[in-house]
Design a protein around this ligand. Structure first.
Ligand SMILES: [Zn+2]
Length: 429
């Protein structure tokens, strides 16, 4: 009887293991650059941002790679292609800022894994037919000025001049903060890579969810970053005395809203998307008064805008019937809408093949969270590789990744760079 072939299991090389250990140690080191005494917080254009950029620039230079800071405060590095001929550029990156009381890996891991991949090619003298640029974005989270993705928007060339007037909690404008950081606001356009010949943009990022852990796999490939729509929904019935109005004569807005919340869950199941009621208030809101009005939020996200919009349509129709059958009224107000961003299918295939070549199974995961790749997608083709994080926990001090998974991410990124190099030699010899 034939025995089935043993499943190939990824084993890191000694170099990859050493690089992964370095990434883990450096994540810890950057975690100590914080404006909080008892937690991690590093926001845009602060002294902590400057120290973090300087530290990462030092690691780039130690590896023999060029390092500089662009006009938006992003930390940049380059592994240059040999020769003087015109070369396209492959961008790798993620963000170096954090939310308040953050974990050590969100964003940072992607920058440091990319840095190790570039350093590895440089040390081995393995030439690539394109420049590889590292981008450590100064702002993704929007923690200081309330607007997200400022660093990558500058690189994508979609900086809005109105942002110079955004103010932080102390009243400092973004324009003033840039100046104090040593950046010339008038030169912000120079951070844009819009005029360049680009291969694409790749981002390694922790999953920030539980799917990889649930699938017992270290790496996932992102087909798209979900687009979201958000609504405020008001159900109106009739307030009344909690003691005197018989049950069959009530128009209790909260009871109707409760069935609406169930409906949101059923619609999400039916369309295989995610939908959340995260806030709910009832009015007048007293223990002895039947709620006359109830207001709640609905957040709906899907990898495809079309699916999301069909779900919204179904929800609106069925909710109108449900509330109408109780003789009550429902009103919707849309408060937010952002389109889904597709990752380039050819980059997904390259990333998937790299993961398969390691003997691992590339799990396909629609990103429910926003990422710098969303901005870069306006400029070039983007791809994202997710790394398993313990318990799916993120934006929290308990954020945790395994060193073996970091080695696997690095190995997959190295294979991806080689595959892109082979493609580039064929297409642009
Ligand atoms: Zn992030």
């Amino acid at each position: 009887m034939d025995t089935p072939p043993a499943q190939q299991v990824f084993e890191a090389t000694p170099e990859q293991r050493a690089a992964a250990a370095r990434v883990m140690a450096r994540c810890d080191e950057l975690a100590s650059i914080s404006s909080l005494d008892d937690g991690i917080y590093r926001s845009f254009l602060t002294p902590e941002h400057a120290r973090c950029n300087a530290r990462v620039a030092g690691w780039l230079e130690e590896a023999g790679l060029a390092a500089w800071q662009d006009a938006a405060g992003n930390l940049c590095g380059r592994l240059a292609a040999p020769g003087d001929g015109p070369r396209r550029t492959l961008m790798l990156g993620s963000h170096l800022d954090t939310v308040r009381n953050a974990g050590s890996y969100d964003g940072i891991l992607g920058v440091l894994v990319a840095l190790e991949a570039m350093a590895g090619f440089h040390a081995a003298g393995e030439a690539l037919p394109f420049h590889v640029d590292l981008l450590g974005f100064g702002d993704e989270e929007g923690a200081r000025f309330g607007t997200t993705l400022l660093g990558s928007r500058a690189v994508a060339g979609s900086w809005d001049p109105a942002w110079f007037d955004l103010r932080d909690g102390d009243g400092t404008t973004l324009g003033e903060a840039l100046g104090a950081f040593g950046c010339d606001p008038a030169a912000i356009g120079s951070a844009s890579r819009a005029g360049e010949e680009l291969v694409g943009y790749l981002e390694v990022h922790i999953e920030q969810g539980p799917v990889l852990e649930d699938n017992d796999q270290p790496l996932g490939v992102v087909p798209s970053i979900a687009g979201a729509r958000r609504f405020r929904v008001r159900v109106s019935g009739r307030a009344g005395h909690a003691g005197t109005v018989p049950m069959n004569m009530r128009q209790d807005a909260l009871v109707a809203a409760a069935s609406a919340v169930h409906l949101v869950e059923r619609i999400a199941d039916r369309f295989e998307i995610v939908a959340t009621v995260g806030q709910l208030q009832c009015y007048p809101g007293a223990p002895n008064v039947i709620p006359g009005d109830c207001e709640f939020t609905v957040d709906i996200r899907a990898g495809r805008d079309h699916t999301r919009d069909l779900a919204v349509e179904a929800l609106t129709d069925e909710l109108a019937r449900l509330i109408g059958s109780r003789g009550m009224r429902v009103a919707w107000e849309e408060t937010h809408r952002a389109p889904a961003v597709e990752c380039a299918s050819w980059l997904q295939r390259v990333l998937e093949n790299a993961v398969l070549d390691l003997g691992l199974n590339p799990v396909s995961i629609v990103s429910g969270a926003g990422h710098d790749a969303m901005s870069l997608a306006e400029l070039t083709d983007v791809g994202m590789l997710f790394v398993r994080c313990a318990g799916g926990i993120s934006h929290h001090p308990a954020e945790s990744v395994a060193e073996e998974d970091v080695a696997a991410a690095l190995a997959a990124l190295e294979l991806t760079l080689r595959a892109l190099a082979a493609r580039e030699r064929e297409e642009n010899p």
